[in-house]
Design a binder for this molecule. Sequence first.
Ligand code: NAP
Length: 269
Amino acid sequence: MQHILVTGGTGTLGRLVALRLRDAGCRVRVLSRRSGEAGERIAFVIGDLATGEGIEAAVEGAEIIVHCAGSSKGDEDKALNLVRAASRAVAQHLIYISVVGTDRIAVVSGVDRAMFGYFASKLAAERVVADSGLPWTTLRATQFHDLILMVARQMARLPVIPVPAGFRFQPVDAGEVAARLVELALGTPAGLVPDMAGPKVYGIAELLHGYLRASRRHRPIIPVWLPGKAARAIRAGANLAPGRAVGRRTWEEFLADRVSSLTDSRSSL
Ligand SMILES: NC(=O)c1ccc[n+]([C@@H]2O[C@H](COP(=O)([O-])OP(=O)(O)OC[C@H]3O[C@@H](n4cnc5c(N)ncnc54)[C@H](OP(=O)(O)O)[C@@H]3O)[C@@H](O)[C@H]2O)c1
């Protein structure tokens, strides 16, 4: 039985990864900053990757580490604290989840950094993983449906919705990404593997219209031009991977499962 640590095992992706690994017969431990239940037959350890607190104990005995913890800032520091501790332990394989476009979305100016610093931070974290000395695998995925839904719900609270002009997305199902990560985690270290993207590319207004339709609401959508090199790269499609549209579940299918006009119209009041 393999001992596996899943960082971020309380998050959208990590929770699904942890459950799948458990169901595959692995001994799973989840790392999180807060105490809580990770799921039946899943151990839980408290630690903070940003400070390094509790990480030694979390990695102890873990042969495989699936690093799903992340936030909008500082993922390179989290990765560094993780690999430092993992290198001193017995880890034989570190799997990292990154985002499509890290290598193409230039984060140069202060404007780029303020709006799209996330991509630079993910690229830096990818390098930390690759230079860790540990056998590694990194998968870049496009945005999860859940993230787009969260943003759509927040935006729909406004009477008029501003959207970045020319932005497109290729949302992918977090469950499908979790399945791929589990496959990678149980395989041999493979370095940077081919990107994983959803089945279809959508304009941002199209995604929002889909959500508004599913929740039976109407809002005007106003395109807003964003300055900077990073925004230009995204307008050019640097966040997409049309040649790797391997995901199956569409945005419409996801919305049909997750959005009801009742719950969503109530949540926007
Ligand atoms: N969402 C997307 O569209 C998308 C697309 C491509 C790649 N990714 C990447 O996939 C990963 C997971 O994304 P997600 O959407 O599932 O994230 P999420 O739902 O926001 O969950 C984030 C997880 O990270 C943990 N975490 C954050 N900061 C931490 C810290 N300092 N120490 C320990 N744990 C910490 C959180 O745990 P606690 O709060 O319990 O401590 C939580 O479990 C991230 O690396 C993200 O960059 C996401």
